[in-house]
Design a protein around this ligand. Structure first.
Ligand SMILES: *[C@@H]1O[C@H](CO)[C@@H](O)[C@H](O)[C@H]1NC(C)=O
Ligand SMILES: *[C@@H]1O[C@H](CO)[C@@H](O)[C@H](O)[C@H]1NC(C)=O
Length: 212
């Protein structure tokens, strides 16, 4: 009897400990069944950090904090929802960066050679946004790995599409690297490149689907 009671107390203590550690981890998200959703962000980001190459390493923390910029991440049911949010975040940041370049170009204050390079950058950013619009449409149409009328685009198209948009952003780095007075733009572009890499890493499971 005494032993049984002690066992019950220890057992309860363990349950309470488990429960409180769970609630601590999800303090900001324990309303309305959100802990489960938080788990999807963390799981997808864990996967992305494992899948991202060593050279373009994406940490789980960077991934989680980036996706959290948009409230829709908390409502995401699966990777598909999260991938859409990620692509939208990237698109928003590229549009903002492109706006700054356009402003500089239209101010007419830059020398011709600088202006030419800024124009190339504007082209790359605009092309990246156009690509991302295609990726968003594809993601919305996607219903399974095989592709076809009913399923929409095959999964490897999604990875290709996001990879292409991300590549265009990274390409801008070459136009900015030794441009005096453009350090801020260069730094911003490095951040954009990282965001692109994150999106590519998030799409990695779609590539695995193609392989199976
Ligand atoms: C994470 O990767 C595992 C193993 O590949 C997979 O089963 C799981 O569905 C992935 N989770 C998300 C949210 O993508
Ligand atoms: C280009 O013009 C902008 C102002 O519109 C200025 O801030 C920037 O430093 C200029 N860049 C170069 C390389 O001259």
């Amino acid at each position: 009897m005494a032993i049984a009671r002690t066992t019950t107390i220890i057992f309860s203590a363990i349950i309470i400990m488990l429960f409180s550690s769970t609630t601590t981890a999800h303090t900001n998200n324990d309303i309305g069944g959100k802990p489960k959703r938080t788990h999807i962000i963390v799981e997808a980001c864990k996967n992305a950090s494992i899948k991202s190459s060593k050279y373009h390493h994406i940490t789980e923390e960077f991934c989680v904090s980036t996706l959290r910029q948009d409230k829709r991440s908390d409502e995401a049911k699966d990777l598909h929802d999260l991938a859409l949010v990620g692509v939208d975040i990237l698109k928003g940041h590229i549009i903002a960066a492109s706006g700054k370049v356009k402003e500089m170009l239209h101010s007419g204050k830059n020398e011709t050679s600088t202006a030419h390079r800024l124009s190339l950058r504007e082209l790359d950013y605009d092309a990246a946004v156009t690509s991302l619009n295609v990726c968003i449409a594809m993601l919305k149409d996607y219903h399974g790995p095989k592709g076809g009328e009913k399923d929409g685009p095959p999964s490897f198209y999604l990875l290709d599409c996001v990879g292409e948009a991300s590549g265009l952003v990274s390409y801008c780095e070459h136009e900015l690297v030794d441009m005096p007075g453009q350090e801020a733009l260069y730094k911003e572009n490095i951040e954009l490149g990282k965001l692109g890499d994150l999106n590519v890493a998030l799409m990695a499971p779609y590539w695995d689907l193609t392989q199976n």
